[in-house]
Design a protein around this ligand. Structure first.
Ligand SMILES: Nc1ncnc2c1ncn2[C@@H]1O[C@H](COP(=O)(O)OP(=O)(O)OP(=O)(O)O)[C@@H](O)[C@H]1O
Ligand SMILES: [Mg+2]
Length: 257
């Protein structure tokens, strides 16, 4: 297995003449938590949508474990082990937490693993769902109606469902967005925990999260990579500081407080 799990080469996305992602070449190391950061409008979400195949690039290539996946569909890369964390809306609010994980497992395994459907293995499905809940510290909420879960716990449930698909590479889009301090802390610790034995690429605005758990950071500005390195490196980089100071997004400075 190559050290680089995910690579982009000159990845570019144009919208009617406007270049939102401009020749981005990324290398994500296997086992890393890699963050994509940058001021508002830098192209983070567009880049993420290219990686998850929600958008097709105007130019450039994407490689996963050395295989060109540029023209593959979301379902195809999911089967290869690249899983985007589900949006909260994908969770059924009136089912219990355990039922939601089970539904996720059935959906993930149902088409290719028909043996999961036999009576005999239904219990195994429940066991697997409980094990996933334990992994994200939601065991005590197994029988809770999902709608009644606190916001941060819903994100944990979403991560459990994602883990059910056995990701080799997990893609997280602003996992702590809209959360209060306690939930941010809990979800950050959870990401760190589930990163063991996997690779995570995340878009994240909260610099406390980035500095706390990310091994490597790519900074985007106006669609291009401005800097790369550890948090210590990029947060000292004058160009990065300037990019953040020049925007309304001053979170970078906030991380030191
Ligand atoms: N579908 C689209 N059509 C036209 N322009 C777009 C489209 N999607 C994004 N853009 C533009 O591309 C640029 C990058 O947008 P993007 O959403 O990727 O930035 P971002 O880094 O995620 O910003 P934020 O921090 O605000 O989430 C912006 O100028 C945006 O207006
Ligand atoms: Mg965005």
């Amino acid at each position: 297995m190559p050290d680089v799990i995910l690579e982009t080469r000159d990845l570019t996305k144009e919208f009617k003449g406007f270049t939102a992602v401009n020749q981005v070449s990324l290398q994500v190391q296997r086992g890393h938590i890699h963050a994509l950061i940058g001021p508002n409008g830098a192209g983070k979400t567009t880049c993420f949508n290219l990686l998850t195949k929600f958008l097709s690039p105007s130019a450039g290539r994407i490689l996963f474990n050395g295989t060109d996946i540029t023209s593959l569909k979301p379902a195809q890369i999911a089967r290869m082990g690249i899983i985007r964390s589900f949006q909260i809306s994908a969770v059924f609010p009136h089912l219990t937490v355990l039922e939601n994980v089970r539904v996720g497992l059935q959906r993930a395994l149902g088409t290719s693993f028909h043996f999961w459907r036999s009576e005999k293995t239904l219990n195994q499905l429940d066991d697997r769902a409980m094990a996933l809940l334990a992994e994200v510290d939601l065991e005590q909420f197994a029988d809770t109606i999902t709608a009644d879960l606190p916001y941060g716990r819903k994100r944990a449930l979403e991560i459990a469902t994602t883990l059910g698909m056995e990701p080799e590479l997990m893609l997280l889009d602003e996992p702590t967005q809209g959360m209060g301090h306690e939930d941010v802390h809990r979800v950050t610790a959870l990401i760190k925990k589930v990163a063991s034995g996997r690779t995570i690429l995340m878009v994240e605005h909260n610099m406390n999260v980035v500095s706390g758990i990310c091994d490597r950071i790519s900074v985007l500005q106006r669609g291009a990579v401005l800097a790369e390195g550890s948090y210590a490196d990029v947060s000292r980089n004058p160009q990065v500081i300037e990019a953040y100071m020049g925007s309304a997004d001053n979170n970078l400075a906030g991380a030191h407080g």
